[in-house]
Design a protein around this ligand. Structure first.
Ligand SMILES: *Cc1c(COP(=O)(O)O)cnc(C)c1O
Length: 353
């Protein structure tokens, strides 16, 4: 071993879902939105010119922050934007999780949390979901250095009600509590209404799922002004220009089109409710997802086998070979047509099997 190797920060990176090169794939593996971004985004894109790109972008991304604040009904000083919510969450870990005590998050959850904690050397303790794959709020009633969970949770889709969230907040007033609402627009109620009562709450949202803009990389945190100031201090100590010119303009256009946002999220909710019926009929069971995916297990056929035959068929879903969930598939809600092809293939395969 070389001497310098001892001083390298060695990490086990997060592994994102596959982005296949072939175009003819039915892609239900990374929770992207099957519908395009708002037509207002396409219009704004046509108006972008190259000349302003010689200058640095607005480090405060003021235009985008204003549009988000207006949509969320909060003050601009309560919004922090970043390069996808992954960037926002990483900044939150760096800024707020500096205790010797472990931070708490579920055992089955977004698999980036333990990666950031390991990279930043933050101690953590994972709280097991119950047998129905739900978060038990009393598990978060113990000494800790911070709390984070997605709501709805990923990859289960299970929604925690506002009273359970308030219960977690009430028992954790000495630490920062982060609610990752990547999927909240598909059926849950945002907990931003609790911000006025709990100054230690941070709510994180993204344009990647409900606004169909995963490729543009836009996410944000909503919190009290004081916490947002701390986040900005860390951001400006790291990289002042996280949001590029195009992301600021196109994100603003997306945020301003509330009608299109409503229309697409309702379409996905309707397709998901139909998917629950179809998949139940085919012998699958699942937690009652309020997200844009279902986390399913089949009564007879192993998940890994289904993952493989679906992939051969050009239908990509997500399979995690991890304890407790290695017989489950996470299926993103696509268009009605894509879902129809999924049901048809499964119907046929399961009949012969
Ligand atoms: C998708 C996702 C994110 C990150 O999304 P970005 O594309 O980085 O905004 C964060 N948390 C959860 C739970 C997610 O599923």
């Amino acid at each position: 071993m070389k001497k310098w190797e001892a001083n390298i920060r060695k990490v086990t990176p997060y592994v994102p879902g596959e982005q296949p090169k072939r175009a003819d794939v039915i892609k239900l593996n990374t929770n992207e939105n099957p519908y395009p971004p708002s037509p207002k985004v396409a219009e704004a894109l046509r108006q972008i010119s190259a000349e302003p790109m010689r200058k640095y972008p607005d480090p405060e991304a003021r235009q985008l922050v204003e549009a988000i604040a207006r949509e969320e009904g909060v003050r601009q000083e309560q919004i922090f934007v970043g390069v996808g919510s992954d960037d926002v969450l990483a900044m939150i870990f760096l800024t707020f999780f500096n205790s010797e005590k472990p931070i708490l998050f579920p055992d089955i959850t977004y698999s980036f949390y333990d990666v950031w904690a390991d990279m930043l050397r933050i101690p953590y303790e994972q709280q097991p979901l119950n047998d129905a794959f739900e978060i038990e709020s009393r598990d978060y009633d113990k000494e800790n250095g911070g709390v984070i969970f997605p709501n709805p949770n990923a990859p289960t889709g299970a929604l925690l009600g506002l009273s359970a969230i308030e219960d977690i907040l009430a028992h954790n007033q000495d630490v920062i509590v982060v609610v990752d609402e990547a999927y909240i627009d598909f059926g849950g109620t945002t907990c931003t209404g609790l911000l006025d009562s709990y100054e230690n709450l941070i709510v994180v949202k993204t344009f990647s799922k409900s606004r169909s803009m995963a490729g543009m990389r836009i996410g944000y945190a909503i919190a009290g002004e004081e916490l947002i100031r701390y986040l900005n201090d860390v951001k400006y100590s790291f990289n002042s220009y996280t949001m590029n010119q195009a992301a600021i303009l196109l994100g603003t256009a997306a945020a301003e089109d509330r009608a299109y946002f409503e229309e697409t999220r309702q379409k996905i909710i309707a397709t998901r409710e139909q998917a629950k019926k179809e998949l139940k009929r085919l012998g699958f069971s699942f937690a009652d997802s309020q997200a844009n995916f279902l986390f399913v297990t089949h009564e007879r056929v192993p998940a890994e086998e289904l993952f493989t035959v679906l992939k051969e068929q050009g239908i990509y879903v997500r399979y995690f070979k991890k304890p407790r969930i290695d017989n489950y598939l996470r299926i993103t809600i696509g268009t009605d047509e894509e879902m129809g092809q999924l049901y048809a293939f499964l119907r046929d395969y399961l009949k012969k099997r």
